[in-house]
Ligand binder design. Structure first.
Ligand code: PLP
Length: 399
């Protein structure tokens, strides 16, 4: 469907933290593995070995993006599986360690998994954040006990873009002799990562956040870390993830990683400049707008803004009518507006949390997208504010 959703009009896609456009170069590289090269990579004949070689190349490309060794990469079905597998492995490695340390702002791929573990009798400590979305590392360190199996902390927050100091956390975990896993699903491809200079035990990534297809991810497992698989069966992925490989998607993830490695330096500054022009432009044009989250330790592509006096789901619909795609910080569930757990953890006042929107840029955005967004947003917010009963006394808006 893509841009055809609005006949004759292009969408302005500012929701790259939700998912990204498939890079045409990635599609081209994966297609032959859905048609011509359908062999099983475990088969002993040449037709199978060719496919195995393609997977090996993908592994090398992902390792190059992460600055680690190809043997440290395990392909999975998505970022969620990678996170689940890392925590599951840590809990299996030492059955006496039944405690997990995590944070209040994790993606549901970690948060709901930890909630489920708690319901099954494991202990869990959730470390909070301050008003800027930053962690208190002393609190995190104090949460680790001799029963702790793993500390699982995201690298970049998907809603605010706030970056956690993962290497410092890895050092704390190492000192305390517990495993450290990071959900880097929003990080990889957006900022440089060099795992060989770090002391992480494991890291999760997902292809669809870096212009690859949905339904494929990877787990980095440090070569010195023991690992127990989540998927049990055949000996694929060096016995770390059973199941016949999703070859075309793995090839695609490899190509997406190669493209991200090549584009990183230049795209990082181009995307950051677009995000900054967008954010400054909105703050100048729309009074009573606030940025949520630390603006310094932040991904270069993300802007989380609260527009006082609006409800974000109404703004989402209004933007949608103009072809602008972004995310609402609150969603209407069972008749009431549920605010983001991330903003709640940051103690953002409820009315400001209900008025929050996430805009996230990517490699395929252009300056024209920024211009278009800067036309749509001020007019739409002003219209919504004028419509709000609590703002009845304000000047009527011209849209
Ligand atoms: N973790 C974070 C921080 C994410 O942003 C996402 C996706 O939105 C996930 C995990 C889940 O990844 P996947 O969709 O590949 O399962």
């Amino acid at each position: 469907m893509a841009a055809a959703m609005i006949p004759g009009e292009q969408i302005v896609y500012l929701d790259n933290n939700a998912t990204t456009q498939l890079d045409p170069a990635v599609l081209e590289e994966m297609l032959p593995f859905l048609t011509q090269y359908y062999g099983n990579p475990s088969s002993g004949y040449l037709f199978g070995r060719q496919v195995r070689q393609a997977i090996d190349l993908a592994r090398e490309r992902v390792a190059a993006l992460l600055g680690c060794e190809p043997g440290e990469i395990v392909f999975t079905s998505c970022g969620t599986e990678s996170n689940n597998a890392a925590v599951n492995s840590a809990l299996q490695l030492d059955p006496n360690r039944r405690h997990v340390v995590t944070t209040a702002v994790e993606h549901s791929a970690t948060r709901v998994h930890c909630d489920t573990l708690a319901k099954r009798g494991f202990a869990r400590t959730v470390v909070g954040v301050d008003g800027e979305g930053n962690l208190d590392l002393d609190e995190l360190e104090n949460a680790i006990t001799p029963q702790t199996a793993v500390v699982t902390v995201m690298w970049a927050n998907n809603e605010t873009g706030v970056l956690f100091p993962v290497q410092e956390i890895a050092e704390i975990a190492r000192r305390k002799r517990v495993l450290f896993h990071t959900d880097a699903i929003q990080t990889v491809g957006k900022i440089p990562v060099r795992l060989r200079d770090m002391t992480l035990n494991s890291l999760a990534l997902s292809a669809h956040k870096l212009h690859g297809p949905k339904g494929v991810g990877a787990l980095y497992v440090n070569k010195r870390s023991a690992f127990k698989p989540l998927m049990i069966g055949g000996s694929q992925e060096n016995s770390r993830r059973a199941g016949t490989e999703n070859v075309a998607s793995i090839v695609a993830l490899g190509k997406a990683a190669e493209c991200a490695t090549a584009a990183l330096a230049e795209e990082n500054s181009r995307v950051r400049a677009m995000r900054d022009r967008f954010e400054t432009g909105v703050l100048e044009r729309v009074p009573e707008t606030f940025v949520n989250g630390d603006r310094t330790a932040r991904l270069p592509n993300t802007s989380n803004l609260s527009f006082t006096g609006i409800e974000s789901d109404a703004a989402l619909m209004m933007f949608d009518r103009h072809g602008l795609c972004c995310s609402a910080g609150s969603a209407c569930r069972t008749g009431s507006l549920e605010t983001s757990h991330v903003l709640r953890a940051m103690n953002v006042p409820p009315d400001r949390a209900r008025a929050s929107m996430r805009f996230s840029f990517g490699r395929f955005n252009t300056e024209a997208d920024v211009d278009k967004a800067l036309e749509i947003i001020p007019a739409a917010i002003s219209k919504l504010r004028a419509m709000s009963p609590s703002n009845a006394s304000r000047e009527p808006a011209s849209v």
